[in-house]
Design a protein around this ligand. Structure first.
Ligand code: ZN
Length: 138
């Protein structure tokens, strides 16, 4: 899809600051990895928590996730602080979403077009890495 309009991509100062433990999540739960905004709302990839998995980029406990739209990279491993509960009953995740939404909408406006802020990348071993956790040579 051609994209000629220059888009300012704000950094993500909020996710690296999250204090979310590994056991905040459980296998079978539905989560979202927030990657940007669309139409004044947060935008991201919905996934299902599958099992414990070591997150090598941070050397911490992570979660293996099933990405239903991931194609041949359907299973990825992510750090708990990248995940947000899709259920509206989790106050911690709701608070984070609210802060991130206010931060992003202020910077990106409420344009309908989805903007991926490019905060995440996937390693050759299907480990999802936030730009704040990416270290050269890993
Ligand atoms: Zn939560």
């Amino acid at each position: 899809m051609p994209e000629t309009r220059p888009v300012y991509l704000p950094p993500d100062p909020l996710t690296p600051e999250r204090d979310i433990t590994h056991h905040h999540f459980r296998p079978g739960e539905h989560v979202v990895i927030l990657k940007g905004a669309a139409g004044g709302e947060l935008w991201g990839d919905a996934m299902k928590v599958v099992a414990d998995s070591w997150h090598t980029p941070t050397d911490e406990d992570g979660w293996r996730l099933l990405d239903p739209n991931g194609g041949d990279r359907s299973y990825i491993t992510a750090h708990p602080r990248y995940l947000v509960h899709l259920s509206k009953r989790c106050p911690e995740c709701l608070m984070h979403q609210k802060a991130l939404r206010e931060y992003l909408v202020k910077r990106l406006g409420d344009d309908d077009e989805a903007v991926d802020c490019s905060w995440y990348s996937l390693t050759a071993l299907n480990q999802l890495v936030h730009v704040a956790d990416a270290r050269p040579g890993r």
